[in-house]
Design a protein around this ligand. Structure first.
Ligand code: GLU
Length: 339
């Protein structure tokens, strides 16, 4: 989305190189971000997985979780929804943590496809290479690489790993899972195509099943903020104190998210908001300001690329007001004698 669509043209940009404002100021900014984004009714609720169409388009929650464990939240931050594509980021982190950066880089890649998240053409154009872990091909390849000899063991590793990121036991929404199982023919085709290229070396339909379950895990905006804060905090969950992944895995994942986290709009997002993030088609959005905060938002209406409209507007406001944009700096020169 453009600055004008994000409704932040009049918001002063604070430098990302500064410190966070005090907690009560963060509360004010969260309230302002929510109030501004709530007036926007643009976007469509996803319906290609039938059950998702039943989401209430008015639901909206915003939560900021600091690396100090402080939460700042407003609105529907405890409404649960399926994590969907946002799971891709955290499963990739688990795979990198288990197998190492190089292996994941070789098999999955880190470059943008420029095509839709579920594109088959992108696989064909790249000789069977998935290109990055945030499109379905790369995510399926990542799920196939999760440690475990059987699909059940892989699933256990996924659900326990994502639960450690959230700091609580996550559970699957069986209705969402079944709704997607009935309609995920395309993901099955992608997994089998990857098998034909030797990119998936275990049963591809079992991989799709684990992937479909991981997408149906229930989270709320607060969970997303905590999961994001864990990535902002070098891999340690700021609520539980548990190390979930290494600091270098966080660094690598955040680079991938900066390049590919918002579908085909990833470049626009980085240009306007200046932070790594990942969205999902149920309306969730997680954004990470390294060393500072995780931001979780929930609002089901999506733009044409599949990103939550209100989530983007609220996050843009917070990026500017809290001084999170990693590319925004103030001059160090002021007050210094010229050399
Ligand atoms: N489970 C969804 C799919 O694979 C995730 C899509 C998304 O959130 O982008 O189609």
């Amino acid at each position: 989305m453009r600055e004008s669509e994000l409704d932040v043209a009049d918001v002063q940009q604070r430098a990302g190189t500064g410190a966070l404002p005090p907690g009560d100021r963060i509360d004010d900014l969260v309230r302002e971000a929510y109030g501004r984004a709530r007036t926007h009714a643009e976007g469509e609720v996803a319906d290609y997985i039938p059950i998702l169409a039943e989401a209430d388009p008015a639901s909206f929650g915003v939560c900021v979780a600091g690396v100090d464990g402080e939460l700042h939240e407003i609105g529907d931050t405890r409404i649960r929804f399926s994590i969907q594509s946002i799971s891709k980021a955290f499963v990739y982190a688990l795979v990198c943590d288990a197998l190492g950066h190089e292996k994941a880089f070789d098999v999955i890649g880190v470059n943008n496809t420029g095509l839709a998240f579920n594109s088959v053409v992108a696989i064909e154009l790249n000789d069977g290479h998935p290109m990055n872990p945030m499109v379905n091909a790369g995510a399926l390849a990542a799920t196939a690489m999760v440690p475990g000899d059987t699909a059940a063991e892989k699933w256990d590793a996924v659900v326990s790993g994502l639960s450690r990121f959230a700091g609580r036991e996550l559970v699957v929404d069986e209705t969402v899972y079944r709704s997607e199982v009935e309609t995920n023919l395309r993901n099955r085709a992608i997994a089998q195509l990857l098998e034909s290229y030797g990119r998936i070396t275990v049963d591809p339909l079992e991989v799709v099943d684990v992937y479909t379950r991981q997408c149906a895990l229930l989270v709320d905006a607060r969970d997303l903020a905590v999961m994001g804060a864990t990535l902002a905090d070098g891999g340690v969950n700021p609520l539980t104190g548990e190390r979930v992944v290494s600091a270098s895995v966080c660094r690598d994942l955040l680079a991938v998210l900066a390049a590919t986290g918002l579908y085909e709009r990833s470049g626009e997002w980085l240009f306007e908001i200046g932070l790594p993030g990942k969205s999902g088609v149920a309306g969730g959005l997680v954004t990470v300001a390294p060393g500072k905060v995780g931001i979780g938002t929930y609002s089901p209406p999506l733009d044409s690329a599949g990103n939550s409209v209100r989530g983007q507007i609220a996050t843009a406001y917070l990026s500017r007001g809290l001084g999170l944009n990693i590319f925004a700096s103030d001059s160090h020169f002021s007050g210094r004698t010229p050399r």
